[in-house]
Design a protein around this ligand. Structure first.
Ligand SMILES: Cc1cc2nc3c(=O)[nH]c(=O)nc-3n(C[C@H](O)[C@H](O)[C@H](O)COP(=O)(O)OP(=O)(O)OC[C@H]3O[C@@H](n4cnc5c(N)ncnc54)[C@H](O)[C@@H]3O)c2cc1C
Length: 391
């Protein structure tokens, strides 16, 4: 098999890249190690910046998103039992849209099927070869047979644990990492959200987040130690812990119900530099991870893909490789700004094991400054709703 671009990974990054390239007449194959059902069962991100919505529109997959997505004009932050609203619309004239990552993925899968573009699910032992030369190849096994795909470029969209970044010679890759000493225990339930907007809570028992996927499906998180196990958290224990961290109004209005998914996600900041190695490009979680506090993971994956797709379209359109040559540099500029924002939100809102009385007072003072300073609120709103693209 020969294609122009071989894409490893059918998460949002790989599927969106495939879609943008297919619409430009560039042929691709997507190789994914899991089944479509498994990919769609992973409950992850749910908040889209305007730039992400624009890119999904460009890919022709935003119809259902516009019908079913919930546009949010602000968020609330709660400290010491009092909520303060950050008014995105008023501060920066922008909004964010609640639409689950699984829905984005489903729309992209359907669009790829409609274009009859090839995807190989349950591809085993995927490996990448000769990307530093002129004839890159990707090998995989399926049903006991080894297959090889020859291509011009390889896109590594295979997430943090994928094979592409690990195939790069260690001496050419710089990694920067911070692992946080806690995780998020998340519950999805078919109950109405406690509020029309997200509520981020800094409580002395730890962080909590009230978010949603629709007006009938809620997603709640509580900060927990990394040693916790999901099995030790029956629904009642989760709801009790959440209630203990919420303000009185949220507590009175919270509707609980059976969980339909429950998981613990560790929090990590990670960046690999650069993002290009000859004819191999890394995009999305393959290249970087942010703690989910700033809602940036999926949005960053989309922004990498947007730069990569535009670079490949220019290359195949008129032989101009300038955008591909600048891919790494342009992505990294946005990545580090998102890393900073996600780290700042995480530091501001969580209880760290070594947070003493002084540390908690400092978090309180930082939040008090935020709530009284329009400039600080504007900075939060700008970063949360997404920085503009330089294209
Ligand atoms: C548990 C969890 C919760 C999260 N919650 C949030 C959130 O609330 N908000 C937020 O903004 N972000 C969140 N994120 C981050 C967000 O979901 C990711 O940033 C986003 O999924 C990145 O998309 P991606 O396509 O780059 O990577 P992924 O979605 O990880 O997709 C990579 C794909 O590559 C496949 N793959 C891996 N290895 C191979 C291989 N060797 N061969 C072939 N295929 C392979 C995987 O099966 C997967 O389908 C969360 C992430 C996790 C893990």
């Amino acid at each position: 098999m020969r294609v122009q671009v071989a894409i490893v990974g059918a998460g949002p990054a790989g599927l969106l890249l495939g879609q943008l390239l297919a619409r430009a007449g560039i042929d691709t194959v997507i190789l994914e190690q899991r089944s479509p059902e498994y990919v769609l069962s992973r409950i992850r991100a749910g908040l889209l910046e305007q730039g992400t919505v624009d890119t999904l529109e460009e890919a022709g997959v935003a119809q259902r998103l516009h019908r079913e997505g919930l546009v949010h004009h602000g968020v609330e932050i709660c400290f010491d039992g009092t909520r303060h609203r950050i008014d995105f619309q008023g501060l920066v004239g922008k909004t964010v849209t609640v639409y689950g990552q699984t829905e984005v993925t489903l729309d992209l899968m359907d669009a790829r099927k409609a274009l009859s573009a090839p995807s190989v699910y349950e591809a085993e032992s995927v490996s990448v070869h000769d990307f530093d030369g002129k004839s890159p190849r990707v090998r995989y096994q399926k049903d006991g047979t080894t297959h090889e795909v020859a291509c011009d470029f390889i896109a590594g969209c295979d997430g943090f644990h994928g094979v592409t970044r690990q195939s790069v010679p260690a001496a050419t890759l710089n990694s920067y990492e911070r692992v946080y000493p806690f995780g998020w225990l998340g519950v999805l339930s078919d109950t109405p959200p406690v509020s029309d907007e997200l509520i981020y809570t800094n409580h002395e028992r730890g962080f909590a987040l009230c978010t949603m996927r629709s007006m009938t499906r809620s997603r709640y998180y509580v900060q927990c130690p990394l040693t916790e196990k999901v099995e030790d958290w029956p629904d009642e224990r989760f709801w009790d812990e959440l209630r203990s961290r919420l303000d009185a109004k949220a507590n009175a209005e919270l509707v609980t119900g059976p969980s339909i998914e429950k998981s613990i996600a560790p929090l990590r900041s990670f960046v690999a530099e650069p993002l290009r190695f000859g004819r191999l490009f890394l995009a999305g979680d393959a290249a970087h991870i942010v703690p989910p506090t700033g809602a940036k993971g999926l949005n960053l994956a989309v922004s990498d893909v947007r730069y990569l797709a535009h670079g490949l379209i220019a290359y195949y359109g008129n032989g101009d490789s300038t955008r591909l040559d600048r891919y790494s540099e342009r992505c990294l500029r946005r990545i580090w700004l998102a890393e900073r924002f996600s780290w700042w939100m995480t530091s501001l809102l969580h209880r760290f094991p070594d947070t003493d009385a002084f540390g908690r007072r400092m978090q309180g003072a930082e939040l008090a400054y935020l709530f009284r300073s329009p400039t600080a609120q504007k900075s939060l709103a700008e970063n949360y709703t997404g920085l503009p693209f330089d294209d």
